[in-house]
Each structure stands twice: as C-alpha cells, then as structure tokens.
Design a protein around this ligand. Structure first.
Ligand SMILES: [Zn+2]
Length: 180
C-alpha cells in the first residue's frame, strides 16, 4: 500500500461516524449513576416507529416494541462516539445521540446510527466488524459495525442490512452486494 493510500485511509476513518463501544454491547454507567430521562425526545419518534415496523416484519412478532429505551440528545462521554447505548446498574437502558452530529446528518445517516444503537439497546447485539469482500470491494457485513454503515451503502443495500440486523443472516446482504 502506498503512503498516500494509507493517509487517505486514515483520513476517511476519522471522518466516519463511530458508535465506538469497544468492549461489548453497551457502555456501563458508573454504579451511582441513575437515568435522568424516562421519555424520548420527539425528534426520534419517527425513527423508532420505523424500527418497530421493520422489526415486526423481520421477526414475525406483531407485538414487537422498543419499550423502555428512551432516546435523547446528550453527552456520549467519548469524543469519537456519535451515539451510545448506556446500561445502568438497575438494568435500565438509554440511547444518547450527539446533537451536533444529528443536526448535520442526512435522514439516512440518522437512521443508520439510531438503528445501530437500538441494535445494542433493544436487540442485545454486540459489534460485528466482519467484512464482506465482493467484486474487489470490502463492505461492512452488519449494521452493528462499530463504524456505522454510511448513508450511501445503507441506501443501496438497505434490505440486506435490515435483514441482518434483525435475523443475523447475511445471505440477502451478500446477494445484494455481489450483484451490485
Ligand atoms: Zn455500537
């Protein structure tokens, strides 16, 4: 790999959006911490509703609900994290989104980040940084990649990424990627 290629790679990485939860499915709050928000900011309502709608179809559970996972703007407690799923000692969960990132992001990018966080907080999923190599290109194999799926790729291969998010089957995504 040439020097310029390596530099480009590093630059690209730093401009991408990371959920950045290096040690598992969610970040644990300090033992004395208690959740402040018990309801969500209405800004996120339509995204949460979309998540529930897809979940009902993909899981076959007509009762599927996000439930007690409030989503709000706030401090993600790490400059690299645009969103985070926090877990408190009492088992309560909460999603915190960086407001400056959100306000600058496209609708598709917002959905990619929020669905990722709900993947942690609601589906109990961990990060999955495995890649799919097809036609000479490397693609993220999951919405649960620690660097979230970019809006371009999410738009293009959405059906495959959503199938993987809820069922953990990568078959449809691989098919979509290989016929791209
Ligand atoms: Zn994450």
């Amino acid at each position: 790999m040439s020097k310029s290629l390596i530099l480009l790679f590093v630059l690209t990485l730093t401009t991408l959006s990371s959920c950045g939860l290096p040690f598992g499915a969610d970040n644990k709050k300090k033992s004395q911490a208690v959740r402040v928000n018990n309801t969500s900011n209405a800004v996120f309502s339509s995204y949460v509703a979309s998540f529930e709608q897809v979940a009902k179809a993909e899981t076959g559970d007509p009762q599927f609900s996000v439930g007690d996972v409030p989503v709000n703007f706030g401090d993600t407690e790490d400059p690299d994290y645009q969103g985070v799923c926090f877990t408190y000692q009492n088992g309560q969960k909460e999603i915190i989104i960086r407001e400056t990132w959100w306000n600058a992001a496209s609708d598709t990018y917002r959905e990619s980040l929020l669905f990722h966080e709900l993947g942690h907080c609601r589906l109990g999923r961990d990060h999955d940084d495995s890649k799919i190599l097809t036609n000479g290109q490397n693609y993220k194999s999951s919405m649960m990649s620690s660097v979230i799926v970019s809006p371009g790729e999410y738009d293009k291969f959405k059906m495959g990424y959503l199938k993987e998010l809820f069922t953990q089957s990568k078959v449809q995504l691989m098919q979509l990627l290989s016929t791209n």
